[in-house]
Design a protein around this ligand. Structure first.
Ligand code: SAM
Length: 276
């Protein structure tokens, strides 16, 4: 696998494009472990974002019924189409943040780190069974952080509202070509059952986490403009904010259900409008 990768790199005289997060996996064991973690069988339809030179795609094609691989770099798309003859892989040329996703039930990807955040939020809007994803270590740690943790962030809260996330393996930078400047980690993501998923008001979450170390009351006061309240509206209603649930908690200690309590109070008192 490693030989195949380097022979393609030299055959096509490829330079990795760092703007597209091109760090190719060169350790077969990691690929095998991730394919195992995805628990694939012939009924599975897998979405892969960023197949690169196809090392992970190749393993996926041997274990899943169908693989859709979305690649933005047209040169890599050309190479994949010329070099492989997978019967069950469809390469989709385009930006994974924009192209329409086909139906799928699993995701396995070594993600381009530049789009970690928006692609994760996009994944979470879909129904799927399980995702096995490689991220930058710091990002992965934020994904699994718990309320009150040092690195608990908007991302941690939003992921927690929709899914179970587990950091299952740390990967050193030597596992990639070219070597990135930071370590990586594997996250296994499983959406919660529909009736346990919590829909959060994203504007409210943004407004709160703009001041993650402040108390809820202070954060709401400082971010009132982000909630659509003009200065005059805010002056008129600021008295009501004093009784907001969890007023004295720090923003980085809030669970998704705490945020729902806050949202309901703000809605009942006409301090925000419903996000629907
Ligand atoms: N899967 C390969 C591997 O593990 O060796 C490559 C992974 S590399 C970290 C990320 C890949 O995502 C690159 O092939 C890059 O061109 C592609 N990419 C970057 N931005 C993208 C986007 N917005 N949509 C789809 N693919 C993208």
């Amino acid at each position: 696998m490693r030989e195949r990768l380097f022979s393609l790199i030299s055959k096509y005289n490829l330079k990795a494009n760092s703007d597209l997060g091109q760090n190719f996996l060169v350790v077969p064991d990691i690929i095998e472990r991730n394919v195992e973690r995805a628990e694939l069988n012939e009924n599975d339809i897998v979405l892969e974002v960023g197949p690169g030179l196809g090392v992970l795609t190749d393993a996926l094609s041997r274990h899943a019924g169908k693989v859709y691989a979305i690649e933005k770099d047209s040169r890599l798309v050309e190479i994949l189409r010329a070099e492989y003859d997978w019967p069950n892989v469809e390469i989709i040329e385009g930006d994974a943040l924009k192209v329409e996703f086909p139906a799928f039930n699993k995701i396995v990807s070594n993600l381009p780190y530049q789009i970690s955040s928006p692609i994760t939020f996009r994944f979470l809007r879909y129904d799927f069974e399980r995702a096995v994803l490689i991220y930058q270590l710091e990002f992965a740690r934020r994904m699994v952080a718990e309320p009150g943790d040092r690195n608990y962030s908007r991302l941690s809260l939003m992921v927690r509202a929709k899914a179970h996330a587990e950091l299952v393996e740390r990967i050193g930078r030597g596992a990639f070509w070219p070597k990135p400047k930071v370590d990586s980690a594997v996250i296994v993501l499983e959406p919660k059952p529909r009736d346990e998923r919590i829909e959060l008001n994203e504007d409210l979450v943004r407004a709160l986490f703009q001041h993650r170390r402040s108390t809820v009351l202070a954060a709401l006061k400082k971010s009132h403009h982000m909630l659509g309240l003009s200065k005059e509206d805010f002056k008129r209603v600021r008295g009501l904010l004093g009784a907001v649930p969890h007023a004295g908690k720090r923003v980085f200690q809030l669970s998704p259900l705490d945020v729902i309590d806050i949202e309901l109070y703000l809605l009942e008192n006409h301090l925000i409008r419903s996000s629907e």
